[in-house]
Every structure is written in structure tokens, then in C-alpha cells.
Design a protein around this ligand. Structure first.
Ligand SMILES: *Cc1c(COP(=O)(O)O)cnc(C)c1O
Length: 446
């Protein structure tokens, strides 16, 4: 008898149930996860032959499409040449080329690139660089970070500390660093209180800075869009005004562009769109087009200068086994090439136009509130009658909503009562319209 392929002997769902621990998942509730066997463009294919339209870019990472041949080819080519080498004491062309290309895309002055593996490590590195920068300069009084309420920066301890108000960290409250949270003036289409809310938020920020500005090492912010906190968007004017104040107070500005980077807001980076230059910027998620875990923390040269000298004590003693992995760097370079050869940002502009038209229709439904669009991101709040606590991220209600989308072949993963779309840039216009038809139908039946 001919040997059958392994996959027909293996019971993947049963083995998953027995051995695998999934992220952000209560294994005791809900249906088991579908097994995905392949992907192409914006589509994922399940083991039982169903096609699912990936409307959230598989947790915000996929840019040009699943299994894109150009990136797959670049990774394969690099793998046959050099798959990995330690990055302390060695260097390699893919990392150097990528560092130079990232620096060229940044606001002027952000020239120094520290590589790591994911969004959380990019944030940890940024916080530690900011902290040590002051100490290397002999200023030891800056013992506090500022962050924004409902911000999210990752799940490791430092990143968690500056995102502690996002609502995911209740069991770890006693573990966090000293952080003061500032208000984020979120707004939406047709919000006529935007300016008023910004003035209130800025007044609160001024009060914090007057009292404790001198004790602060750095502030971290998701520029223009707070992702996991509920796709909350602010106006560029607000971002510019608050950055000006923080700058004046001598505080280092860290932009967490882990989600907003690489075209998500319609510009290559949110800092371009808002026309503000931070001191440190964190990149990850879309950096490799969604192929491999790779991240970067970019700094102004003057920050790096504070670490350079004869003394190892002043060096940044931080690194990860796979720092600047050549495969990740090759994927990132291929992804950047696609931005040019495929006019990717023009595709994002087309997507934004569709989002705006279709969100206007959705906003007419009585249970849709606060519709908002920026670049490839569209979101709205579902008004579910009661205050909303029973509709939070981990609620059965939210899980059932997710399962209902999935049963229509749509990968949409609401953040509590916030429904959002963040499709890969390659999604076909027809597919996106069909997705909106399905969402409209579902929301109007709720
Ligand atoms: C997802 C995210 C992170 C964490 O990235 P991981 O790769 O999941 O560790 C950090 N900051 C922002 C803004 C994010 O959206």
C-alpha cells in the first residue's frame, strides 16, 4: 500500500486540544479554532475547504497578501545563503540594508536602528534606551514614564506597564512600573466636540507636566490610532499639540508605530501623516509584510551618542538570540520593494475611499456609533443597549459575534463592542464590498 501523507493520519484538532495553549483565548469557552492550511492574497483556506476573508490582516501583520510570492522567494533565497548569525560581534548585508532603508523613510534625524523580534520587544528596548539615556548623561531623577489611557504596547512586563489601562492586565497590577496615564482625545466622523475634548485633555496634560515633568524619562504614545484599546483615533492637531508640550518639558518622545507603521494610516508612518518627529520609534507587525517576526527601535543619533564611549557600562546591554535575523530582514526588504513596485500606498487610498463610503451607510443603522476611518482602518462601536461591561473583550457576547462573522466566511475580531476592519492592502475591491454587505446584514439583524 502506498504511504499516505502524514496529514491524513494526524488528527490536528485533537492534538491541538491536547497540547496547544493559544494566545488571548479562554480554552474553556467557545468553538475550537479552525485549522488553516494555506493562504493567498486576502484569503485563508481551512482544512475542511472553506475560504475565509482575512479582514484584520491576521492580527495586523499581513500587508501585501498571504504567501506573497515575492516575499516567499526572497526568504527562500536568503535561507539558502545565510539563515542566522549572532548580531553581537557580527553584521550582515540584509540587516545593514534594511537599517539604511528604514532610516531613509523616517523623519530626519532618526538614523540609528536597534533590531529585535516583535512589538513588545521593540517597546521594551525603547523604554530601556530612554531610561539608560538619562542615566548615561548623569540625570538620575527621571524615574517615571508617561503613557496614554487605553493605550496598548504589548504583553511583556515593561510594555504591559505602559499599557496597563488597556484592560488586559488585571492579574498583574502589582507588577507594573511607575507610569502616569494621560488622556487621549479620541474622535470620530461627525463628532462636534472634538476640539473641546482636545482642550480638556491638553489642560490635564499641562497639569501633569507642571507637577512632575522633571521626573519623567519618556512618554510613549500610539500616534493617531490606539489599536488594541479600541481603534480610537485622534486628530493630527491633538498629537502635534501634545508633542510640543512634552518636548518643551524635556521628555523623550517614543512613538509606538507597531500597528500604525507601514501604510496603515494612509501614510507610510503616522508621524509623516501628523508631521511630528519623535525621538524614538518602534516598528514591528507589518515590517516583514507579515511573514516573520522582526522589529526595530529607531533613535535619533544624539540618543545613540549617549551610549558610545570607552566604557561597556554605558553600552546598551540588551539583545535577543535572533536580533536582526537575516530571513526577517530579507522579508522586510522585499516588502519595502513591493511598496514601490505595487504602488501600495495608492491601493491604501482606494481602500480608504471604500471604507468611507461604506461606513457612511453603516452609520445609519441605529446600533452603530462613532464610525471612524483612517487609511486602511475602519471602525465603529456597537451600541448594545446596556452600558457595555457584559460586551467586553473576553465576553461570551463578543466571542459569539466573532463566531458569527466567521460562519459568514469573514475574519473580523471585534475588540469588545468595537468592530473594525484592517484588511491586507491587496484585498480586491469586490471582496471588500461583499464583506461590507455581510457586516451590514449582520449588524442590522443584531
Ligand atoms: C501589537 C502591538 C504591540 C505588541 O506587538 P507584539 O508583536 O504583539 O508583541 C505593541 N504596540 C502596539 C501599538 C501594538 O499594536
Amino acid at each position: 500500500m502506498a504511504e499516505r501523507p502524514m496529514s491524513e493520519h494526524e488528527d490536528i484538532p485533537a492534538l491541538d486540544l491536547r497540547h496547544v495553549w493559544h494566545p488571548f483565548t479562554q480554552a474553556g469557552a467557545g468553538a475550537p479554532p479552525p485549522e488553516i492550511v494555506s493562504g493567498e492574497g486576502a484569503w485563508l483556506r481551512t482544512a475542511d475547504g472553506r475560504d475565509i476573508l482575512d479582514l484584520i490582516s491576521s492580527w495586523w501583520v499581513t500587508l501585501h497578501g498571504h504567501a506573497h510570492p515575492a516575499i516567499a522567494g526572497a526568504v527562500a533565497k536568503q535561507a539558502k545563503r545565510l539563515e542566522q548569525v549572532m548580531f553581537a560581534g557580527f553584521t550582515h548585508a540584509p540587516a545593514v540594508r534594511l537599517a539604511a532603508r528604514l532610516a531613509a523613510l523616517m523623519p530626519e534625524g532618526l538614523t540609528r536602528v536597534f533590531f529585535s523580534d516583535n512589538g513588545s520587544t521593540a517597546v521594551e528596548a525603547a523604554l530601556k534606551i530612554a531610561w539608560q539615556y538619562w542615566r548615561n548623561k548623569g540625570e538620575t531623577g527621571r524615574k517615571r514614564f508617561l503613557a496614554f489611557s487605553r493605550g496598548y504596547h504589548g504583553d511583556t512586563l515593561g510594555a504591559m506597564s505602559v499599557g496597563a489601562s488597556s484592560g488586559f492586565y488585571a492579574p498583574f497590577e502589582e507588577l507594573v512600573l511607575p507610569v502616569t496615564f494621560l488622556p487621549f482625545a479620541a474622535t470620530w466622523e461627525g463628532d462636534n466636540r472634538a476640539q473641546e475634548k482636545e482642550e480638556e485633555a491638553l489642560a490635564e496634560i499641562d497639569a501633569v507636566l507642571d507637577e512632575a515633568g522633571g521626573e519623567v524619562a519618556a512618554v510613549i504614545i500610539e500616534p493617531l490610532v490606539q489599536g488594541a484599546g479600541g481603534m480610537r483615533m485622534c486628530r493630527p492637531e491633538f498629537l502635534r499639540a501634545l508633542c510640543e508640550r512634552l518636548r518643551e518639558a524635556g521628555i523623550l518622545l517614543i512613538f509606538d508605530e507597531v500597528m500604525t507603521g507601514f501604510g496603515r494610516t494612509g501614510s507610510m508612518f503616522a508621524c509623516d501623516k501628523a508631521d511630528v518627529a519623535p525621538d524614538i520609534i518602534c516598528l514591528a507587525k507589518g515590517m516583514t509584510g507579515g511573514f516573520l517576526p522582526l522589529a526595530a527601535t529607531l533613535c535619533r543619533e544624539e540618543i545613540h551618542d549617549a551610549f558610545v564611549g570607552g566604557d561597556f557600562g554605558n553600552a546598551f546591554a540588551h539583545g535577543h538570540s535572533f536580533t536582526a535575523n537575516p530571513l526577517g530582514c530579507a522579508a522586510a526588504l522585499a516588502s519595502l520593494d513591493l511598496f514601490e513596485s505595487d504602488s501600495t500606498l495608492e491601493r491604501v487610498a482606494v481602500m480608504e475611499g471604500i471604507h468611507r463610503r461604506r461606513m457612511r451607510d453603516l452609520a445609519r443603522l441605529p446600533n452603530v456609533r462613532c464610525a471612524r476611518v483612517m487609511g486602511s482602518i475602519a471602525a465603529f462601536d456597537l451600541d448594545c443597549g446596556d452600558g457595555g461591561d457584559s460586551k467586553g473583550y473576553g465576553s461570551a457576547w463578543s466571542r459569539r459575534l466573532r463566531e458569527a462573522f466567521l460562519s459568514r466566511g469573514l475574519l473580523v475580531r471585534p475588540l469588545g463592542n468595537v468592530v473594525y476592519l484592517m484588511p491586507p492592502y491587496c484585498i480586491g475591491e469586490h471582496d471588500l464590498h461583499r464583506a461590507y454587505d455581510g457586516i451590514f446584514e449582520m449588524v442590522s439583524e443584531l
